[in-house]
Design a protein around this ligand. Structure first.
Ligand code: ASP
Ligand code: MG
Length: 406
């Protein structure tokens, strides 16, 4: 098999960890596989470099930031190649440019345009284990170094896997795989054997940090089978693949929660066309991403209340914009609630089974938890509740949908 192994920051976080990575790569090769490695910067390194730059200049150019940050991955790639050769196998470390990863020129959040990977294939032919610096590419025109956004080494790994038609893309991290819910909240959370791209996308966008969201989109687009597993043990991980009929049998595969949003309510806005458009255009213009929206019409249908959620980090800016717009629209006022959390159930099986929503609402109500907002997609139902019930709701839903270890 042709196997791509990506190692995250904690997996290459020290000399010993780098040696362990080299050992695993060499072991895999000696089992008869072709192996390509992608590595992240050593844990904490990217943050350290960002802070260093900030101390010197609060407003560094994004081009220079990319020069700076891409160095973290080059260091771990070179050290890993050195470690592999110390074990008697041949290796070669490659930067993003040397791998032929061409990107757009949006520094610090560039998108991959194409991956040539010629040198990777040549190195494999020579019997080497190529080690690629993750997180980086190069622009077509200026040949400037770019980076792919935080967590971007996952994307590097998936993109290289697609380019060289790898049989498997293994993402090594410090957890054993993807769980039915946060094991810190629910002790008997179960590790999933497999999960569909769409479910993984929902989980990643709900804040599960095991995989970068864009890497999952890319894997889905190019049909790259991904495994999430730990570099600290030999436990098999979670396979992220195309949805199959077996997955559809399970209605709910996971429960997620997000405590990083706030709710804004505009009270008593006039009930006429154009109000929502005015409000949400102003918010979008400020670059703020709105997640859930609910509008209630009052019974005399003259005035409406509009509630919506935004990320906690944008709460001040969103509140200021909303108050300004509310004033212009002659609304009654704006109320901020920053004590909410969003609880979600996710499952490919919801496409073909009914009743998941009813069961979710029933579970919350029998625990006296009030639902403030609801949103649904084909494979997800989310409810906004009071933040103080987060853990209770997660545990009760995990039980109700029988997700625990049997
Ligand atoms: N080192 C980069 C980061 O910390 C990229 C990565 O680790 O995937 O975001
Ligand atoms: Mg990561």
């Amino acid at each position: 098999m042709l196997i791509v192994q990506k190692y995250g920051g904690t997996s290459v976080g020290s000399k010993e960890r780098i040696q362990a990575v080299a050992e695993r790569a060499v072991r895999t090769k000696r089992e008869g596989h072709d192996v390509v490695l992608i590595v992240s910067a050593m844990s904490g390194e990217t943050d350290r470099l960002i802070n260093l730059a900030q101390e010197i200049n609060p407003n560094p150019s994004t081009r220079d930031m990319d020069m700076l940050l891409s160095s973290g991955e080059r260091i771990s790639a070179a050290l890993t190649a050195i470690a592999i050769e110390a074990l008697g196998e041949r290796s070669v470390s490659l930067s993003g440019r040397q791998t032929g990863i061409v990107t757009t020129s949006e520094h610090t959040r560039a998108k991959i345009e194409k991956v040539d990977a010629m040198r990777v294939l040549v190195a494999l032919k020579e019997g080497r284990i190529p080690v690629i610096a993750g997180f980086q590419g190069v622009t077509n025109e200026g040949e400037d170094v770019t980076t792919l956004g935080r967590g971007g080494s996952d994307l590097s790994a998936v993109a290289v896997s697609a380019a060289i038609k790898a049989d498997l893309c293994e993402i090594y991290t410090d957890v054993d795989g993807v769980y039915t819910t946060d094991p810190n909240v629910v002790k008997n959370a179960r590790k999933l054997v497999k999960i569909s791209y769409d479910e993984m996308l929902e989980l990643a966008s709900l804040g599960a940090k095991v995989l970068q969201t864009r890497s999952v989109e890319y894997a889905k687009k190019y049909d790259v089978p991904v495994v999430v597993r730990s570099s600290f043990n030999d436990v098999p991980g979670t396979l992220v693949i195309k949805e199959d009929s077996e997955m559809e049998k399970v209605v709910v595969s996971g429960v997620a929660y997000d405590k990083n949003q706030v709710k804004l309510t505009v009270r008593g806005v006039p009930d006429r066309p154009g109000i929502a458009s005015t409000l949400f255009t102003s918010i979008a213009d400020a670059g703020i991403v709105v997640d859930m929206i609910v509008q209630n019409i009052s019974t005399d249908s003259k005035a409406a209340d509009i509630s919506f959620t935004v990320p906690k980090t944008d709460s001040k800016a969103a509140q200021a914009i909303t108050e300004k717009v509310a004033g212009e629209l002659k609304a009654e006022g704006v109320v901020l609630n920053d004590n909410i959390s969003k609880i979600s159930i996710i499952g490919a099986g919801m496409r073909t089974h009914s009743g998941a929503a009813a069961k979710m609402f029933q579970t919350l109500s029998s625990n006296n938890i009030n639902i403030m907002m609801i949103s649904t997609s084909e494979i997800k139902i989310s409810c906004v509740i009071d933040a103080k019930y987060t853990e209770l709701a997660v545990r009760e839903l995990h039980d109700a949908f029988e997700l625990a270890i049997a």
